[in-house]
Ligand binder design. Sequence first.
Ligand SMILES: NCc1[nH]cc(CCC(=O)O)c1CC(=O)O
Ligand SMILES: [Mg+2]
Length: 329
Amino acid sequence: MYPLRRNRRLRTNEAIRSLVRETVITPNDFLVPLFVVEGKGVKDEIASMPNYFRYSLDLLEKEVKELWGLGLKAVLLFAKVPDHLKDNKGTEALNPNGLMQRAVKTVKNACPDMLVMTDIALDPYSSVGHDGIVQNGMIINDESAEVLAKMALTHAQAGADFVAPSDMNDGRTLKIRELLEQEGFINTGIMAYTAKYASSFYGPFRDALDSAPVDLVDVPKDKKTYQMDFGNRIEAVRETLIDIEEGADIVMVKPGISYLDILRDIKNEVDVPVAVYQVSGEYAMIKAAAEKGWLNHDQIMLETTIAFKRAGADIITSYFAKDVVKLLG
Ligand SMILES: NCc1[nH]cc(CCC(=O)O)c1CC(=O)O
Ligand SMILES: [Mg+2]
């Protein structure tokens, strides 16, 4: 008796495989993270993120035009703030003429139709490297949320289309939504990092922005009192439903590849677009293994990217965005 079903018929050659492929990827799937710094003519490679750079605003302009030319239509901005501007209150985060606010304007001038999202958290502005204000060894929730809302408003005023709170303080999405509504920014979107885990995969990012928690008494050494415990799954759905109730238009899971179960759980549970963030450590791991010749860079890049979409991601935030799109041709 021959096998009742010969599934291999649908795998015989690339033509049939592509005909029946369930998940494909296009430039429309990507959100591109970009790091900006002060200066002119700066294109600084990040040591732990090979072939990824911090750009000064003049070169940021060039970069976003190139992205646009490749069909990439959305960017997520992060600013590297000089040390002398950091404090424990987020003062510089609220500067209407700060680096982030100027970066938003730069992108909008260079590429008016590019969708601009901005990261909302205090860590790049914090003298102690935390996403909120630290007092007596604690990140104080409600006061931090207030500052983050004000920060979001300055980004909206600069022209950001979406703000993306990545801090994991409770109630920050509502605070941001309320302030944006009050100030007339009714169309500014919120992409909430809603299931964000206390992960060691963020290491290279903290190098990129020099934003890691500092080693001082009375400063928590890690972000475990606000970011989620990586043993938890049900909590991710709870966090997400709350962010949607509070006014998030898009929700995000972070990191990516080790959290595909969370991504699928959330996708099955909610009716808003779901984003995933393939974070810096995931990028670094693939780059390092590929450099050693232990993994095939392009194939792994495609495989992980497709995995995100298959697991339910509507939006993929990835340092590989440009490379994937170039590879797809
Ligand atoms: N709150 C800031 C923020 N926004 C995005 C990332 C990580 C992104 C990456 O690793 O690529 C972080 C770092 C952190 O929470 O420590
Ligand atoms: Mg939350």
